[in-house]
Design a protein around this ligand. Structure first.
Ligand SMILES: [Zn+2]
Length: 339
């Protein structure tokens, strides 16, 4: 191990080295293949939003010296951990038939959509493997299409496969992971993720979202059933709300619940349509709010999950806002190590 010279700059050099060390343990994923999911003209979930995000994220990640995560194939067996065989057949058949919409819901399809969605979920699994395997401490997985509205048997809300749910199931099936916390700060309720784990006490699902908009679920009284009773927490918020109440809920009631739940891994459904000026949302979170939420989640992960956090991109339909909010989130993932 290198010995640093004894000088007044020693402290600075040491913290600089620490920052570089931390960056090496931060993973990221962005891949141009996700531009191939063609949603058609005038659709808010465009390839352009992903390109604008990549234009900001890729150089920032490289400058930081963070570790790029590569593509990974996801198998049918892995998709079946969350989705029904009948639904997987529907996706395959609709894409093969050249349909422009998935028959189960409001989700645009193009010729590459099944392949791109499978790559999104595969990237999520690769990040979980790296973090649970100890090569990385944290990772931000920037993919499209989003996933959190996809239920076991129904794609909807621009989502085909539920990436974050597949990541949680993968961590539990393949790694020494008994309990997973998922935090979803997208402006829309993560109904698909909630459906996957509503009766599963091994996954705690927290969702903050705007009240009364798509998909209409996510009331406070939806708290889980059976073995999952008490492991779903919803925070619906009126239009115009900023980051304060979300931060308070994460630092307060959620952190308190985590003292008993003790997650082994923390996943974030990182939707940036809860940012101010999003065309599909009416909440008013600022870039600094996403950094603060990230730090609060790192603190929970540091206390219970050896600092393991993987976030995956969900919504965010103002391309410039998506890019700046994602960058604030990513930089917060790089810094503030609570463990
Ligand atoms: Zn959304």
């Amino acid at each position: 191990m290198e010995t640093l010279p004894d000088s007044p700059l020693r402290g600075n050099r040491a913290s600089w080295k620490l920052a570089l060390m931390e960056a090496k343990h931060l993973g990221w994923y962005w891949d141009e293949m996700h531009l191939l999911h063609d949603t058609g003209r005038g659709h808010p979930e465009t390839a352009r939003r992903y390109q604008v995000l990549g234009d900001a994220l890729v150089p920032a990640a490289e400058k930081l010296g963070a570790t790029r995560i590569g593509r990974r194939v996801i198998t049918r067996e892995e998709l079946l951990r969350c989705h029904t065989p009948g639904y997987l057949d529907i996706v395959e058949a609709d894409v093969a038939a050249g349909a422009s919409q998935l028959r189960t819901g409001d989700t645009a399809l193009g010729r590459e959509s099944d392949r791109v969605s499978a790559a999104a979920a595969g990237a999520g699994l690769a990040a979980v493997d790296a973090v649970m395997g100890g090569e990385l401490r944290r990772a931000f997985v920037a993919v499209r299409p989003p996933g959190h509205h996809a239920t076991p048997d129904r794609g909807m809300g621009f989502c085909i496969y539920n990436t974050v749910a597949l990541m949680a199931r993968h961590a539990m099936a393949e790694h020494d992971c008994d309990r997973v916390l998922i935090v979803d700060w997208d402006v829309h309720h993560g109904n698909g993720t909630q459906d996957c784990f509503y009766r599963d006490g091994g996954v705690f699902f927290f969702s903050s979202h705007q009240r009364g908009i798509y998909p209409g679920t996510g009331a406070e009284y939806e708290t889980g059933e059976g073995d999952g009773k008490g492991t779903t927490m919803n925070l619906p918020l009126p239009a115009g709300t900023g980051g304060g109440p979300v931060l308070d809920a994460i630092r307060g009631p959620l952190a308190e619940k985590m003292k008993d739940f003790k997650p082994d891994l923390v996943l974030i459904s990182a939707g940036f349509d809860s940012r101010v000026d999003d065309p599909l949302g009416g909440l008013a979170l600022e870039d600094a709010d996403f950094a603060a939420l990230t730090r609060a989640i790192l603190e929970i992960a540091g206390e219970h999950a050896a600092g393991r956090v993987v976030s995956v991109l969900e919504g965010g339909y103002n391309p410039d806002g998506l890019a700046s909010a994602s960058l604030a989130h990513f930089k917060a993932m790089a810094g503030g190590d609570a463990s």
